[in-house]
Every structure is written in C-alpha cells, then in structure tokens.
Design a protein around this ligand. Structure first.
Ligand SMILES: Cc1cc2nc3c(=O)[nH]c(=O)nc-3n(C[C@H](O)[C@H](O)[C@H](O)COP(=O)(O)OP(=O)(O)OC[C@H]3O[C@@H](n4cnc5c(N)ncnc54)[C@H](O)[C@@H]3O)c2cc1C
Length: 470
C-alpha cells in the first residue's frame, strides 16, 4: 500500500476493518465485498496517479461515489485483491455560471449539496430521487441516473455538457466544456455516462442547471384504474403547456407497505387508492404564481379545474391537493420512502423496467399474474411519465421467501418485458445484479461491441471487475 500512500497520503488509505466497512457493503445489504484498502484521492491528478500505480501493480479498482447503488456495482467482489477508490474527498464546486446556467463540479459532490448551492442563484440541478442526499454527481453520471423529474428535464446524461475523467490507462480526458454543440468525432462523454465505472473514472463534470420554479402545484390522485393514467398526464400537459414535472405511480399496497414501515408518514387519502398518482406541476412564469381574490394561485387553478373535469368524467375518484409546502414535502417523503420500506421487509427482487408508455397497464396485469402464481407480494412504484416501473417481489405477510421461486418469477417477468420490447434496466444500471441478464438478453451485436470497447480501453479488465460485463 506504500505506493498508494505516497500518492494520496497515508491518512487517505483506509485499511482498518471498521474504516473500510461502509465502503464494502452496498446500500441494500445484499452485496458484501472485501478489499486491500479504500483510497480517498483529493483531486484528478491523484486519481490518475493511483490508476497508473494500480496498473503497474496489477490491482483491480472499484470506483465508488455515494454507494447508494441498488445494483451492487459500487462495492468490490469477495476476492479481496483490489482497492476501492472513493471520491468522497472530491467535493468542490469549481464554478457556477448563472448566465450560462451551468455548474462545473468535482465528481464527489453530493447531488443535494449542488442543489443547495445553486439555489442561491435561483437555479436548480433537477435530478430528483430519494438518495440525492448521499448519491454523488460521479455516481449519478456513471449510472445515468433518472428519478422523478426525467419527464421534464431528462436523465443525468441529458443534464451533462462536459466530463473530465481518468481512463484505465491513467490518461486524463479533459472534457470540461460547457459547449451545447461539439461534433468532433466519437462522443467519449456519452460513452462514459452509464458505463458504471468500467471504462473510466469520472472526476468532474459541467452540468446544466434550470431556473428554480416560482410555483408548484402538487396532488395525490386516486384513479379507478391505471389505464386512464396516460390520458390524465397528457391532459395536464396540454392545459399547462407542458408543466408536469413528476407523475409517479403509487398503488395502494405500496402506500400501505410504506406506512407499515414508517407509521409517521400520513396516507394522503382516507381510502387507499387502487391506483394512486403523485403529480406535480412547476412553473417559472410570474403569471402562474399570481393569486386571485380568493387567494388561489393560478397554477393550482389550472390543475384543479382540469382535475375537476376528469372527476366529472369518472377518470379520477378522489384527490388530495397540497396547500402548503409542508404538505407537499409530506407527499414526497412518502414517495421517497419506497425503497427503504421494500428493503426493510427482507429479501426481494426488483425489476427496473422501462416500457412503451401505452404498454404499462398490460405489463402490470401480466406481472401481477406472475406474482400471484408464485405466491409473492408485488410492491410496485413507477415514474409513470417515463414508462419506468420498479416492480419488486417480496414474501407475502407471514409467508416464506424462496430464492428459487423468486428467481423463476423474475425470469418470467423478464420474458414479459422482452415480449413487450421493454428494458430490464431503465435507470438503476446493470451493476453485479444483472450481468447474467445482460449476457443472456442483450442483442449479440451490441454486446460484442460493448466487450470490444471495454477490451480496447481496459485490456487488463482492472476497472469495475465483475460489473456490467462479467
Ligand atoms: C433510496 C434510494 C432511491 C433511489 N432512487 C433512484 C431513482 O429514482 N433513480 C435512479 O436512477 N436511481 C435511484 N437510486 C439508485 C442510486 O441512488 C443511483 O444509481 C445513483 O446514481 C448512484 O450514485 P452514487 O453516487 O451512490 O454511486 P455509487 O453507488 O457509488 O456507484 C454506482 C456505480 O457507478 C460507478 N461509479 C461511481 N462513481 C463513479 C465515478 N466517479 N466514475 C465512474 N464510475 C463511477 C460505481 O463503480 C458503480 O458501478 C436510488 C437509491 C436509493 C438508495
């Protein structure tokens, strides 16, 4: 370890069991690895030097940012011969350009810290998901993270203009440009985004920012069935001029499971909605924030009047409108407690499915039949506006968990997805969990091209061993 200590400083080489422990276990608790050391470089040059030293010593590297991955890619395997390279000391905001609406940051910056910092300029980095208080920019880019606002602003890839990275050779890619257009050959930035720590180590990025909305309107709606959801989304988009920021599917059993896990969270509606939707509109326009003589805000009026019309048509059964920021936050707390409450129930399988938007109801029906036949409890949540459904299977209350049965049911769900031309990795990445699925189900020509690229950039296979491509 002396070679590494010479680069990052002895204090930044963790080898003690207790110091390393949080870096060796993943957030779900399903993946436990081991390593010779955890290294904490302080800047890009140190990262490059570590990579070169690791190359010379033939030491594999797992890159880690916030370690909130739910696919097992952020922790090493059990061999114990490699190192974890954690970016948690690289947290600088290098520059904020309010006029260009960009921020240049270190990859170890926690997403929420960036959001807090740019809020002072009336701006936002609109990548929203439950783990944003721990997940870092590098991890978000490496997994091409999504979340609840993709519908409006796109995913991590869409929000990135430039990247700085260290390649497996130790060479630094200097791509921190804020250019909106740059057609100078192969797009290395987009190759590194979503590469899950297998093609390079992202050390910095130039990110797009958006103006902070002046006003939001948030509601929880009860629909008689999911079939009507897309029509409701489209109508809300039409009447608001495309202001829907989130459209989240939260069916009754999921809301009940969340409240069972954390009874302090309030149910938004008196009667559990079979098909619940958390919808949020947001606007930067002053006119949308204006209040009328009754104190009603224009944006809320737009949403409310459309929802009233939909209720009269029988498309919506009930609704709760957040009338204060606290009520809005409570709704989001409920939404963001989903994964935690699933993990708390014990062993589970989760399918991170992407479907053609109009195929969601059919998928839910077919998947429900699979869960029923397997005697498993489906817990479902989704970014419905993107056709992204997180379909998890757990043991039924009081029921037993059988790995074989869960795997067989997951296989059937994958078959349904294939039949519907969906994806089994919408936003969580392949990690370690889905390497077998990828090897079996990815189009052979694409898989071969991916292997060729990895082999070309990292012939020793030292970066992200066992992740993405096994
Ligand atoms: C409660 C909760 C809710 C979540 N909700 C969502 C959601 O709605 N949408 C969503 O997309 N994800 C979600 N996730 C998953 C997770 O938060 C994201 O995948 C996130 O982007 C991971 O970021 P991280 O910093 O924790 O990366 P890590 O977990 O540390 O790493 C993830 C992967 O990226 C690689 N990596 C990390 N940093 C770098 C780097 N600098 N350069 C190259 N490779 C790197 C790692 O090797 C690993 O393979 C959720 C997770 C939790 C726990």
């Amino acid at each position: 370890m002396k070679e590494f200590a010479d680069i990052v400083g002895a204090a930044n080489v963790l080898t003690g069991e207790e110091d390393m422990a949080p870096h060796l276990r993943d957030w779900t608790g399903q993946w436990q690895g081991s390593a010779r050391a955890v290294l904490l470089p302080g800047n890009t040059e140190e990262v490059a030097a570590v990579v070169k030293a690791a190359d010379a010593l033939d030491v594999p590297i797992i890159v880690q940012s916030g370690n909130t991955s739910v696919s097992g890619g952020s922790v090493p395997d059990e061999a114990g011969d490699g190192i974890v390279l954690s970016l948690k000391r690289m947290t600088r905001i290098r520059a904020i350009d309010p006029a260009a609406r960009t921020a240049t940051v270190d990859a170890g910056l926690v997403i929420e810290m960036l959001q807090d910092a740019v809020a002072e300029h009336g701006l936002d980095y609109p990548l929203m998901f439950g783990a944003r208080g721990s997940a870092m920019i590098g991890g978000a880019l490496a997994t091409n993270a999504g979340g609840s606002n993709v519908l409006r602003y796109g995913n991590a890839r869409d929000l990135c203009l430039g990247i700085e990275a260290v390649l497996p050779s130790g060479e630094i890619v200097h791509g921190l440009t804020g250019l909106r257009k740059d057609n100078t050959g192969y797009d290395l930035k987009n190759l590194l985004i979503g590469s899950e720590g297998t093609l390079g180590i992202i050390t910095g990025a130039v990110l797009k920012l958006v103006p902070t909305p002046r006003v939001r309107s948030t509601a929880f709606l009860a629909l008689p069935q999911v079939e009507g959801a897309l029509d409701i989304l489209n109508r809300l988009q039409d009447v608001s001029g495309g202001l829907v920021e989130a459209f989240e599917y939260m069916p009754g059993p999921m809301v009940e499971a969340i409240r069972e896990h954390d009874p302090s969270l309030r149910a938004p509606l008196e009667r559990t909605a079979e098909c619940g939707i958390l919808v949020e509109l947001a606007s930067t326009r002053p006119a949308d924030a204006e209040e009328d003589e009754t104190g009603e805000v224009a944006l809320q009026r737009i949403m409310l009047s459309e929802i009233e019309a939909l209720m009269e048509e029988g498309q919506i059964e009930d609704g709760f409108f957040a009338t204060s920021e606290q009520q809005r936050r409570d709704l989001w707390r409920l939404r963001e407690a989903v994964l935690e409450s699933i993990v708390a129930r014990g062993p589970f399988r989760v399918l991170d499915a992407a479907l053609p938007l109009s195929g969601v109801p059919d998928f839910l029906r077919r998947a429900g039949d699979v869960a029923e036949a397997a005697g498993l409890q489906p817990l479902v949540v989704g970014h419905l506006g993107d056709g992204n459904i997180h379909y998890s299977l757990s043991a039924r209350d009081g029921g037993s968990w059988d790995e074989g049965r869960a795997d067989a049911a997951t296989g059937e769900l994958l078959d349904i997805l294939a039949d519907m031309k969906g994806s089994y990795s919408a936003e969580h990445g392949i990690g370690r969990v889905k390497t077998g699925t990828l090897a079996k189900r990815k189009d052979p020509a694409q898989l071969e091209a991916m292997r060729t690229i990895r082999q070309a950039l990292d012939p020793g296979g030292r970066l992200g061993r066992g992740v993405l491509l096994s």
